[in-house]
Design a protein around this ligand. Structure first.
Ligand code: GAR
Length: 198
């Protein structure tokens, strides 16, 4: 039986597309749901084009009531019955209470070499810190923001004159290699780390 994968997005969904494409016939997992908190997320149409069930749960009507938003999110996920949840550019902070319900099953990709640069603006912060390398990390999601056990990392060089946008553009293809590689191992219960260099 293939493992069921739900992918949560907020934007263009390029990591979602990379994950979904990787789950071919011989893969131990299949994409069963792509859910966005943002009605304008370009990834929703891309998922629908790939024949994946989509769902949209706008967080804005829940302003000030995160528990109510997460309750709906939990219900949507339960309906899809996922074995694995991949956060792929999902830009909502989840509460420890919600994470506890899915802990051990939830992965995230973060655009930095964790534990450096948790949170936002990672590319600019890597430049400001004078880093010679930058990268991305896939980790298990725990209650600590961007702090769960690391499952894989990809590294790129920082070049003279790089801007934050340059780093984002050069890093994204590495994200698209790393996340599917980690997902495949995770679905196979293989906990060896994935390491990629550009
Ligand atoms: C990716 O760069 C991902 O690493 C980042 O958002 C982008 C989503 O792009 N995630 C975070 O910053 C999470 N804190 P995509 O929608 O094209 O996959």
């Amino acid at each position: 039986m293939k493992k069921r994968v739900a992918i949560l997005i907020s934007g263009g969904g390029s990591n979602m597309v990379a994950l979904a494409r990787s789950m071919d016939a011989g893969h131990p997992a299949e994409a069963v749901l792509v859910l966005s908190n943002n009605p304008d997320a370009g990834g929703l149409a891309k998922a629908a084009d790939m024949g994946i069930q989509t769902s949209m749960l706008d967080h804005r009507p829940f302003k000030g009531n995160r528990a109510a938003f997460e309750s709906e999110l939990h219900a949507a996920l339960l309906a899809a019955n996922p074995d694995i949840i991949c956060l792929a550019g999902f830009m909502r902070i989840l509460t420890p209470e919600f994470i506890a319900k899915w802990e051990g099953k939830m992965l995230n990709i973060h655009p930095s070499i964790l534990p450096l640069f948790t949170g936002l603006h990672t590319h600019q912060r890597a430049l400001d810190a004078g880093m010679a390398v930058h990268g991305c990390t896939v980790h298990r999601v725990t209650a600590e923001l961007d702090g769960g056990p690391i499952l894989g990392q990809a590294v790129i060089p920082v070049e003279g004159g790089d801007t934050a946008d340059d780093l984002a553009v050069r890093l994204l293809p590495m994200e698209h290699r790393l996340y599917p590689a980690v997902l495949r191992k995770f679905a196979d219960n293989d906990d060896t780390k994935v390491v990629l260099f550009s």
